[in-house]
Ligand binder design. Structure first.
Ligand code: SF4
Length: 274
């Protein structure tokens, strides 16, 4: 792992994501090792050329803090392109530093954190001081072996469910982000059943396969789960097959979570709860 300290002109960026006005990524890079990582394109845009995503971490330094009066009522998401609680956060505490700042500003800024990591528990003392905070825990499956196959260095599903429980017991609004749902593998019913005990909302996103990681994901399924490969690949064989598969899954989810607070981010957010 190559660790760099980089001067950053700003720590906050306007967002095009459906539910966030701004994003904050205190680090560039991520070492959870997800086979489906969509953020690896960031290597090229951040001066890392051919360095492999996961082999480096840039720690942002020297940025001015955002002005709270400009952010009143806005939603700021930590972790759109990296995990704000990646293992380096334990030592460098860049996310914690920023949370201290938001905890000290009693404004109506909405702070949202998305992570796979149990390390977020360390900051319960600050999170409970931020009036409009929500923590999302990403989890794709309850199957620890499958999780290890697709997210090599990330905390286990059980650790993530425990994290949801502990945050929720501390009075923090928690949501489960069941993502990405792998066709034939992600037991989203089981994840939702567990997560519902602690999460105020369940968000679900399908696995999209495009760009460089498509081949990587297909290779992994072919090598490790050959018996399921053909059916898995079929989902991604044509736009029509993809649409039919996920439309049916969306209907099943709707039925399963009827009466619960949930949101679908299938087809890049184009299907939402009716
Ligand atoms: S946690 Fe997100 S950014 Fe990190 S490797 Fe996984 S998908 Fe990529």
């Amino acid at each position: 792992m190559i660790i760099n300290h980089v001067e950053a002109k700003s720590i906050i960026t306007k967002s095009k994501l459906p539910d966030a006005d701004y994003v904050i990524n205190p680090y560039i890079g991520c070492n959870h090792g997800c086979v489906y990582c969509y953020a690896e394109f960031m290597s090229r845009f951040t001066g890392h050329g051919n360095e492999k995503w996961g082999d480096f971490m840039d720690i942002k330094e020297g940025y001015p803090l955002p002005r709270p009066q400009n952010l009143e009522g806005r939603c700021i998401l930590f972790g759109s392109a990296t995990d704000p609680y990646n293992p380096l956060e334990k030592k460098y505490q860049k996310t914690r530093e920023l949370l201290k700042y938001f905890a000290g500003n009693k404004t109506k800024i909405k702070v949202e954190i998305l992570t796979k990591s149990a390390l977020v528990k360390r900051d319960i003392d600050l999170l409970t001081q931020i009036p409009n905070v929500r923590v999302g825990i990403s989890i794709s499956t309850t199957d620890a072996d499958f999780a290890r196959s697709i997210e090599r260095h990330a905390p286990s599903p059980q650790e993530r469910l425990d994290t949801m429980r502990i945050l929720s017991e501390a009075g923090i609004a928690v949501y489960a982000f069941i993502s990405p749902i792998f066709p034939l593998f992600s037991d989203w019913r089981a994840v939702a059943t567990e997560a519902k005990k602690y999460a105020r909302e369940i968000c679900l996103e399908n696995l999209n396969l495009r760009g460089g990681y498509k081949k990587r994901v297909l290779d992994l399924i072919r090598k490790k789960f050959p018996e399921k490969y053909r059916d898995f690949e079929d989902v991604y064989n044509s736009k029509e097959a993809f649409r039919i598969y996920w439309t049916n899954e969306a209907k099943a989810i709707e039925k399963f979570l009827k009466g619960k607070k949930y949101k679908l981010y299938f087809f890049h957010g184009k299907i939402k709860k009716p």
